[in-house]
Structures are given as C-alpha cells and as structure tokens.
Design a protein around this ligand. Structure first.
Ligand code: LMR
Length: 342
C-alpha cells in the first residue's frame, strides 16, 4: 500500500479517536473509542483467538467505551505495511512476530529467532516475563511504540517437498523466512537459500514453486493450508515464534487514565489466555495435518536433532554484532543455555 493512502486512512482513524475521546462535540461524545487491531494470521490460531479475547474484554471492562476492531489474516495490512500503519497512527494495535522488529531498527528482538536458544516454554517465559523482556520493550519507546505484552505461539517445524532429516537435506532449497537476519543466517548455515516474504504470500509461493519450503509453528502451517502444498514436515522444534503486542505510544499515553487501566487489565487477561491455548492449538493443528494425509510428518531422533542443532548454533556467534552480545548473554543467563557445552 502506498504511504499516501495510509495517510488518508490515518486521518479517518484520528478523527474516530477524537470522536471517542469526546473531542468532536456533544453529538459524537458517546461514540466509542475505536481501536484497530491488525494482524496477519487466521482467527483460528493462538494470536487470532487471543486478539478476539482482548477485544471482548476491552469492551466489557470499559463498559462499552472502547470498541476493539480486529482485522485478521492480513485483511487490512500485510507485514511491512502494518508496522508503518502503527507508526503513523492508522492502526492502534498490532501483534507482529518477534522476528519482524529488525526492519524497525530494533534488532535486539531477533535474539528470539536464534536457532535452538530455547529448549522449552519455561525457558522462554524466563525471558519474556523477566527483566530481559522488559528491557527489550524499552528499546521500542524511542521509535514511538509501546510494548504491552508477549504472546506465545510456539516452536517451529520445517517443511518442504522432500524429507528434511539432516543439514545436508536443506542444501540449495529456497526457504521462505520472516524478515529477520538471524533467520537468514540460520538457513544459510545449512546451505539453504533464504527468501524474505510476507506471510500472506507464502501459500501461493509454495504452491507455485517460488519457494521450496518454509518453517512455521503448526497452527500457522495448518490454518494457511500450507500442508496441502508441502509433502514433508519435520517436527524439529528448532526455533521459537511468538509475538509482541504493541501500540502507538502517543495514542496510548493520550488515553484517559481509567481507560488505559481497563485496557491493561484486558491485555493481562488476554496474555494469560494466549499463553494457555498456544500449546494446545499447535498440538491440535499437528493432529489435523497428520489426519489430512497430505503431509508426511517426521519426528527426528535425538541424534538427528542434535546434529541439526550443532549445524545451526554457530549462528549465535555470527549474530553477536547484530543483536548485541550482552542481549544474547542475558538470554543465556535467564535460560541456562551454554553453547560451549554442546
Ligand atoms: C510469519 O510471517 O510466518 C509469522 O510471523 C506470521 C504470524 O504472525 O504468526
């Protein structure tokens, strides 16, 4: 979308906000404050369900003074556009994956993309709910963005039209990735050719052979029907994909205090909900992929997984100058990971 058209939408959005705050005269004073919440995945995913939950609770807890409109599945904006839309105020909330903050200049968030950095959700939560998570959010403020919460999706599997069991199997494959330099380096570490692409374009790119494979949590793969155009999937759990719910700082700081407090409560509840359903949504999606019979699902042996880990973990060192050694070390400290022990 062109910037000018984004700006036109911004003017409409800004007047809606003004109306909601009672700034547009007595006739409009009762109109609810509209918050546009845009995202790129299906409703039937952890993020889709959690944003709908937030919308419902925001309405309830503000006694109808706030109306959160959720735009799912890239219906309003695609990956890159939505970040710009948030910055100019055309939408008020997003929940981009943590892999999509690099282009904003917040490269530290790519620490979450480092392959095999988390062994399980408990390790991940030690980061997202602790001081490291808070510190990362503080990096967004200077970019006009306020971080509200971390929402889980899950660990990723690789998929392609051939079985992916060893690092060698990736050689020469064109693999779709999110806009993260860490993911680029991860794919190069096993000889694959990374291709950055918006989420909304992946199904078609796989179907037409523009790319050969990709990586996803199961809920994303299944709800976009990628299993229909990928013959093989490896449950590698090699990396994490989750979200930061973010808002436009100016908008957020300008809210009446009682409204902001109610929205913070709605967000806290939505976060508990998101993180509770994420695992079961992904397990359910995996079961459906298996039941479809369209994709052969392979679970690597511990030895195969370790070999893949050894092939990919060098990315941590390579990415020190981009992410910051201090940031990587603070994650290691929170999780207990020590790459020298591999
Ligand atoms: C992707 O682009 O693969 C994901 O970030 C989509 C999402 O929001 O889960």
């Amino acid at each position: 979308m062109k910037t000018s058209s984004l700006r036109r939408r911004h003017i409409v959005a800004a007047s809606l906000v003004a109306a909601g705050l009672g700034l547009a005269g007595p006739a409009l004073a009762q109109a609810p404050l509209v918050i546009k919440f845009s995202h790129v995945v299906a409703n039937d995913t952890p993020k889709g369900k959690a944003s709908d939950f937030f919308a419902k609770r925001a309405g309830e807890l503000t006694g109808g003074k706030v109306k959160v409109e959720v735009y799912a599945n890239s219906t309003l904006y695609k990956d890159k556009e939505e970040m710009e839309a948030l910055q100019i105020g055309a939408v008020q909330m997003l929940a981009p994956s943590l892999a999509k903050f690099g282009p904003l200049g917040a490269r530290e968030f790519e620490v979450f993309d480092l392959p095999f950095i988390f062994d399980n959700t408990a390790e991940l939560h030690a980061v997202t709910t602790g001081p490291v998570g808070k510190q990362l959010f503080s990096k967004l403020e200077t970019r006009g963005i306020t971080g509200l919460a971390y929402w889980d999706n899950g660990f990723k599997s690789f998929s392609a039209n051939k079985p992916l069991k060893t690092a060698d199997d990736f050689k020469g494959l064109k693999m779709r990735i999110q806009s993260s330099k860490v993911l680029e380096s991860q794919m190069r570490a096993v000889g694959a050719l990374p291709q950055v692409m918006a989420f909304s374009e992946v199904y078609q790119a796989l179907q037409t052979g523009v790319v050969d494979g990709t990586e996803n949590p199961h809920s994303n793969l299944f709800t976009q029907k990628m299993h229909e155009v990928q013959k093989h999937m490896t449950v590698s759990d090699h990396g994490y994909l989750g979200y930061a719910v973010i808002t436009n700082k100016k908008f957020w700081d300008g809210l009446p205090a009682d409204i902001r407090t109610a929205l913070e409560k709605a967000m806290a509840e939505a976060t508990v909900f998101a993180n509770k359903i994420a695992l079961e949504e992904n397990e359910g999606a995996l079961a459906k992929v298996k039941a479809s019979g369209k994709t052969q699902v392979y679970v690597p042996t511990p030895a195969e997984r370790l070999a893949l880990k050894k092939a990919m973990v060098k990315v941590h060192k390579e990415m020190e100058s981009r992410i910051g050694k201090d940031v990587i070390d603070s994650v290691y400290k929170a999780t207990g990971f020590d790459p020298s022990k591999l």
